[in-house]
Write a protein that binds this ligand. Structure first.
Ligand SMILES: C[S@@+](CC[C@H](N)C(=O)[O-])C[C@H]1O[C@@H](n2cnc3c(N)ncnc32)[C@H](O)[C@@H]1O
Length: 322
């Protein structure tokens, strides 16, 4: 008989970030066998790499200031539960209509998966992880921004349903081959190194696991992505706000997705929501003429792993040392 779970983290192999070194829960944080402690922040464990923490703190502070300047208000537990179908604040209703379309595509593309463990990476207020938990998944939501207003801290009323942790997508605090589903929802483009973040997700995935990337802007030509980031910064500045300085490019390229397809652990990569054929070509041409550059696609990418266990973090470390 399975032991009953007593903490939302019990379903997960929690590790020192980016490694397979196990951590166990102890009083007010996680601790490694060597005595390395990961204390709590905003009532959740801070499982970021201590060496990277200053950079992540700086990013989270700037991100919070940018969102404040945008006029976003604190989000209530009821408003989190209503997403993505109902934007209770009414501030970004048009955007949430699009987000709901991606979410529906994601749900139908993963409908045949038996619920297991899932991680919502760059989870924001954790709405998607909460929905997955309601569908029977053991869900974890991780983000570097744990603000209690509209960051992951806002999800703390759901801490019994979803394992909430501060963690970075560059170094996930989960053991190799231990997770059934990893989702980057509107977050992968924030990664310091998009391909490195995808490799890190593949590391933690079960050999038969699934990786989903959705609502990130994807460009064939990186110059078009760079132009979009510059336009966004100029637009924010014109409105008296300072765009957040990003650690990475701020977009995903088709080449990043090809690299994912080339990963030997990945068996198949599917795309949902791309408008192809003549209609797609015409829409692309109209968008290019209006923007003066390629416009981003926002497909839902579903990568199925192919039963080959990924190298464990320990093996990778040993190889790097040789
Ligand atoms: C546009 S929001 C998307 C939030 C949520 N997934 C959603 O769909 O509403 C992007 C999120 O990525 C998070 N993020 C940025 N860089 C990150 C990193 N290196 N590791 C983890 N999360 C990160 C931000 O703090 C933010 O919450």
């Amino acid at each position: 008989m399975m032991a009953e779970l007593t903490h939302a983290s019990d379903a997960f192999a929690v590790t020192v970030p980016g490694t397979d070194e196990p951590l166990r829960w102890s009083i007010d944080g996680f601790v490694s066998a060597d005595g390395l402690r990961f204390e709590s922040v905003s009532s959740m464990a801070d499982l970021t790499d201590p060496e990277d923490r200053a950079r992540l703190d700086e990013f989270a502070a700037r991100y919070g200031r940018f969102r404040d300047a945008e006029g976003r208000s604190p989000i209530s537990p009821a408003a989190i539960r209503a997403l993505p179908y109902d934007d209770v604040s009414g501030q970004l209703s048009a955007m949430w209509v699009e987000r709901a379309t991606s979410y529906d595509r994601f749900v139908s593309a993963t409908a045949e998966l038996a619920p297991g463990t899932m991680v919502d990476v760059g989870a924001g207020c954790g709405w998607l992880a909460l929905r997955m938990s309601e569908m029977g998944w053991s869900a974890a939501a991780v983000d570097v921004n744990v603000d209690v207003g509209d960051g992951l801290g806002a999800a703390s009323p759901f801490a019994d349903e979803v394992f909430l942790a501060r963690a970075a997508m560059e170094r996930l605090p989960f053991g190799s081959n231990s997770i059934d589903l990893v989702v980057f929802n509107a977050s992968l483009h924030y990664g310091a190194d998009v391909r490195g973040c995808l490799d890190e997700a593949v590391r933690v995935l079960d050999p038969d696991g699934t990786l989903v990337v959705m609502d990130s802007p994807v460009y064939a030509d990186p110059l078009a992505g760079e132009a979009m980031v510059a336009e966004f910064a100029a637009h924010a500045e014109a409105e008296g706000r300072q765009a957040v300085e990003l650690a990475g490019p701020g977009f995903v390229t088709e080449a990043d997705l090809w690299a994912l397809q080339d990963n030997r652990a990945v068996a198949h990569v599917g795309r949902h929501g791309d408008v192809g054929g003549l209609v797609g070509a015409v829409r692309g041409a109209i968008g290019r003429r209006r923007a003066g550059r390629e416009v981003a696609k926002r497909p839902v990418i579903v990568a199925r792993l192919g039963g080959t266990p990924t190298q464990t973090a320990t093996a990778r470390t040993k190889r790097a040392r040789r």
